[in-house]
Design a protein around this ligand. Sequence first.
Ligand code: SAH
Length: 399
Amino acid sequence: MHVEGVNHPLERFMGGITINGKAVGRLRAGHLWIFRDDLLDARAVEDGDVVSLLSERGRPLGSALYSARSKIALRWVAAPGIEVNRDFWRARLRTAMAYRSLVVSRTNAFRLAFGEGDLLPSLILDRYGEVVVMQTLSRGMERRKEMWIELIEELLSPAALIERNDAKVRLQEELPLRTGLLKGAAPRHAICRINDFDFEIDLFEGQKTGAFLDQRENYTAAESLLYGEVLDGFSYSGGFAMHAARNGAQVTAIDSSSEALNCGRRNAELNQLKGIEWIEGNLFDYLKKFEVDGRRFDAIVLDPPAFAKNRTAVPAALRGYKEINLRAIKLLKPGGRLVTCSCSYHVSTPLFLDIIASAAADAHRPLRVIEARSQARDHPVLAGMPETRYLKCLLAQVL
Ligand code: SAH
């Protein structure tokens, strides 16, 4: 019989896994993942268990969440001697909440738990005002879903808790894709307050969990550069476009998703912003068209979806980033500003800088890098785990 509560049986019994020296080295360097190839033997473990880890010599290395299906077999959670029970998870969530009170301001929409970056591997929690959106992206977290529902209720008492488990990474764990209401009541759309804007969020069908919260601080950093005639390429619901329009810019916002643009139009209305033209289309085509038409811009934002979703896609992704940046740089007026982003983890910051440099060189336009930024601070980076630092956002200017 399953007894829910503090001494949940699934947390009490621990099987053990021995890992090889390579995996031990990775853990020591601060990484949390252990790949299936590095497991030596497994005793009495089941999918989703918290298991104790041992080195080949039998040294205890702490405990980890076990996934039987994915390439990432183990996700480290705690040092040796720490019992991983409901109180343990509760304390981790409280730590994540306390961190947000240090780094989050001017918004009631932010990431409350960023998986590995909060030592809560594969758990994502986003707060949109009174609503919490959850993703449990591994077998271990999926198995603890009921516990998370209770802990979220206890610590946050949101008006609604929504599951956005439609993220494709769940397929790596052979978990089903699913979206739905887990608790309370929520409208399809929520209005949040982000950087002093009203922002409409499509809670059930918007991209990611509804918004690109990772760009919130970049909107502010870019804002002073976004004036004059501005192109917001890959605009989604207009995060950058609205910040530009607040400066009195004439903005052309382009996205391939009509849903995203409808949301953007409502956002502009909600904030009484004039001067944004919303265009549905393929940005690659529009960049060519603007070149032919002789249209030029004072500032261009490029925030495409991840072109490289895995390592093998990197060469094609690099060509894609190079193409849009080359075309954009050519479309800038003298002194024009470029805000260019990449959310592909597999394209590192130095590599991204190289691509931008080579795009500028090919365009015969010297480019000044004003600032190299990353994701907002509510998406914290875990030292030793480069995968947690995925977003690049460069602010630049042609000279
Ligand atoms: N800058 C946005 C986030 C952009 S996400 C923000 O801050 O909210 C990437 C967007 O690119 C998505 O909205 C997606 O619909 C759009 N997109 C994907 N491929 C595209 C293409 N070829 N042309 C134009 N838009 C595209």
